[in-house]
Design a protein. Structure first.
Length: 231
C-alpha cells in the first residue's frame, strides 16, 4: 500500500468517525417567544422556560451554588431568581426595620421569622419547585425562586423572548412558568420536543390572561390594610 493511499484512507476514516459521532454530543440553540399581546409595559410578566431531558445524564448535572435575594426599600431584588436544585439562597435585610420572609405555597416551605436590619437568614432549596416568597409584615413584597434540576433554562427578556443555548440533541419536555398564570394554564403549555443538531425556533407561547389575586399572610389571613407597623 503506497503512502498516498494510506493517507487517503486515514482521511476517510477520520471523516467517517466525525460523521458517526453520537448525535447527543451535538448542540443547538432553542428559541421561543411570548405572543405579542402578553408583552409590553401593561402586560409584562416574569416568565421562565426550561427543558428536562427524558433520559437523565449525570454528566450534565448543575452544581448547586449560593445566591442572594436582597430586601431593600420593602422590595425583593431580584424579583425572580432561578437556581440549581440544592442551592442556598440568602435573604439579607438591608432595610432599617424588621422583615419576616416566608413561603408556604407549592415549592419550598419556610418561615424565617422576624429578623432585624443588617442580619441575614438563608434557605436551602433542596428539591425542584416554584417558591412564592413574601414578607409577613409588608404585603407589597413578593419574589419567586425557581429551583431546577436542569441547566437548560431561559428567563424572558424585555421583548418576551427566550433563548437556550447549547442544548444537546435528544428528546425533552418543555416547561413554562409565567407569573400570574394558574397551574392548569401552565400545564397546557408543557410539550415534548425533539432537539436536533440545528438551532430551532419553537414559535409562540400564548398564555391566558393573568389572574393576580392578593396573597395572604403566613397565617392564611388577609393583610390588615389599615395597619401601620413601626417595623
Amino acid at each position: 500500500m503506497t503512502r498516498s493511499i494510506r493517507v487517503l484512507l486515514l482521511a476517510l476514516l477520520t471523516v467517517a468517525s466525525f460523521l458517526g459521532v453520537d448525535s447527543s454530543l451535538r448542540a443547538a440553540d432553542i428559541s421561543v417567544r411570548l405572543a405579542p399581546k402578553s408583552v409590553g409595559p401593561e402586560k409584562a410578566s416574569a416568565a421562565v422556560i426550561w427543558l428536562k431531558p427524558l433520559h437523565d445524564d449525570p454528566s450534565r448535572a448543575v452544581a448547586p451554588g449560593r445566591f442572594t435575594l436582597v430586601q431593600k426599600n420593602k422590595t425583593f431584588t431580584p424579583h425572580l431568581l432561578v437556581v440549581p436544585m440544592g442551592s442556598s439562597v440568602a435573604f439579607p435585610n438591608t432595610d432599617p426595620f424588621f422583615h419576616n420572609v416566608f413561603s408556604l405555597f407549592d415549592g419550598k416551605r419556610f418561615d424565617l421569622g422576624l429578623y432585624e436590619a443588617g442580619s441575614t437568614r438563608s434557605v436551602l432549596f433542596s428539591r425542584e419547585g416554584i417558591s412564592y416568597i413574601f414578607c409577613n409584615i409588608h404585603s407589597e413584597m413578593s419574589a419567586v425562586v425557581i429551583s431546577l434540576n436542569t441547566p437548560y433554562f431561559s428567563i424572558a427578556d424585555s421583548k418576551g423572548e427566550f433563548r437556550i443555548a447549547g442544548v444537546p440533541s435528544g428528546d425533552y419536555d418543555l416547561y413554562v412558568w409565567i407569573e400570574g398564570q394558574r397551574q392548569n394554564s401552565l400545564d397546557k403549555q408543557t410539550r415534548r420536543i425533539h432537539v436536533g443538531s440545528e438551532s430551532a425556533d419553537l414559535g409562540e407561547i400564548r398564555p391566558d390572561e393573568p389572574e393576580r389575586e392578593p396573597h395572604r399572610n403566613k397565617f392564611g389571613r388577609s393583610y390588615d390594610v389599615d395597619a401601620h407597623p413601626i417595623y
